[in-house]
Design a protein. Structure first.
Length: 232
């Protein structure tokens, strides 16, 4: 079961069928498991660093656009990840001395409306939520951000590869492999309650230098030095 909404829906639907999740929000905080070491019940899975690094995403974006005094947060108000993400972003914004502006969308048409609004105003750098509404559309979001000249950071490499400025987040390939291993163990008789939630701590920073040039941004050398990959 990949996604936070999917895992929450599955847990609400059954207390007996084994569930293996892959998610970026804290499963303990969301009530999916009682603890990471002893998940209990019929559910376990893989917890990747996603919501927990929202503040770092804002920091990286601000490092790329240091003159920005306002940074946007594109979020789905209906999503379970929005509140914990918002908390992380507000903390980072206070430390950096910038204002966090929340921009809401619940479907693709509202995403388009957000960017239409930004186009009429002074574009602000944008941190994109990890809700599936946005992570399922990296290409569309990359197109919108480049078309409207909005420096933006997304969770996954696909965004930067499609033309977005940068991404910072987990390597999902590792997470999928662990989900497969857990599913195999359960099929052989293991109980989800006996399989600790696996914490995947690897994250990667991808920067699209072609997009940075098009946006008129000079990516600082220290930031380039920390990138796991640059796209030219």
């Amino acid at each position: 079961m990949v996604s936070t909404p999917g895992a929450l829906a599955a847990k609400a639907a059954t207390h007996t069928i084994p569930i293996v999740f892959l998610m970026g929000a804290d499963p303990v905080q969301l009530g999916l498991v009682t603890s990471l070491n002893r998940p209990s019940g019929n559910i376990t899975g893989v917890y990747v660093l996603n919501t927990a690094v929202m503040g770092k995403r804002l920091e990286l974006l601000h490092e790329s656009v240091p003159a920005a005094r306002v940074i946007g947060y594109l979020a789905n108000p209906r999503s379970a990840v929005t509140e914990p993400e918002s908390q992380e972003l507000h903390k980072a914004a206070r430390v950096l001395g910038v204002e966090l502006r929340v921009l809401q969308a619940t479907d693709e048409s509202e995403i388009d409306a957000v960017f239409a609004t930004l186009a009429k105003e002074q574009a602000v750098p944008l941190v994109v939520s990890t809700d599936n509404l946005f992570t399922d559309r990296p290409g569309r979001l990359a197109t919108l951000t480049t078309h409207h000249s909005v420096p933006a950071i997304h969770a996954y490499r696909e965004f930067a590869a499609a033309g977005g400025l940068m991404s910072y987040g987990p390597d999902l390939g590792d997470g999928y492999r662990q989900v497969g291993l857990y599913a195999g163990k359960i099929l052989k008789g293991a109980k989800p309650a006996d399989l600790p939630v696996h914490q995947a701590v690897k994250v990667e920073l991808i920067i699209n230098l072609k997009t940075a040039k098009a946006l008129g941004l000079a990516v600082p050398l220290p930031l380039l030095g920390r990138a796991d990959e640059t796209i030219e």
